[in-house]
Design a protein around this ligand. Sequence first.
Ligand code: F6P
Length: 345
Amino acid sequence: TRRIGLLTAGGDCQALNPALRALTLGATITHGWEVYGFKDGYLGLQEGRFMRLMPSHVTNIQGLGGTIIGTGRGQSGAVGSIEEATARCREVYDDLGLSTLICLGGDGTQRFARHLHENAGLNIITLPKTIDNDIRGTDVTFGFDSATQIGAEAIDRLHTTASSHHRVMLVEVMGRDAGWLAAASALAGGADVALVPEIPYQLDKVVAAVNEDVERGRAYSIVVVAEGAMSAERAASGEKVRAHTAVMELIDQLPELTGAEVRLTTLGHVMRGGSPTSADRILATQLGARAIELAVAEIYGVMVAVHGAELTPVPLTEVGGAPRCVPLDHPLLTSLRAVGTALGD
Ligand code: F6P
């Protein structure tokens, strides 16, 4: 019987568990394969820590947040040099008699998966997971819809308290160097201003947008700020802008420049926690099922990607590299503009 390994690596997100469920049930029930889950990502692979995953382990986990096998960050050389770690991965893979390793992860995970495929000859298939939605080669990643839902709900709640107090509410949204999550949350939550890394903002434009709200008779403002957002001034300096810089600058600058009371809400890891939305459960399940089809067909060195209505294998060579940012003509940005949300440019 065939044996396959599964691991979840990098930061967690919603819908890892429904993906693990789909992979485990597809492999065991449909094909009679054995499934092994490595604990805590690539660390468990290198240390030979794993559990046999049976259908009973994945029963009713489709709505559970996190990952039942654990995850971890930055583990490419966890047990020594990269060469030692690579050799160790091969050894554990061989000792267990695996025929395929399926890795669920974001950017870093995809890069190490490619490395193991190319340098250790492991038969690897990956799935695109991250709340940031910034993986190259796929239209969308699972985790993104759930995190957007949390962003939207938070903004909804901030509207009422902002309105009662006539305040300016800064809301910092995760997303690393991409503005997908900030733009989508701002659109769903009806924000007044949305600042994304793709569009460096002019401070005076942000101030004007906030003041305009007051002039229009709506005496409060919701300003969504991506954690990777940056002012045009900082962008022009050419220096790497650290996460949270924009929101820290704005909380300093806006009270004086707008004359309003300003409060900050940082959504942070709340965005990654709890139950996945049904859209994410469905996406993760479909991607998992497709990965098993690819394993049957012995198509390796690929990530299962969403291209329109298709779930297509894309070579891992096309996946790593710079994060996928929101194109400036993307409907998320153009529709924000269309409903009068200021983007700070
Ligand atoms: O990549 C997902 C993400 O949540 C980013 O949005 C954020 O910048 C980062 O991870 C936070 O990382 P950590 O969980 O290691 O604090």
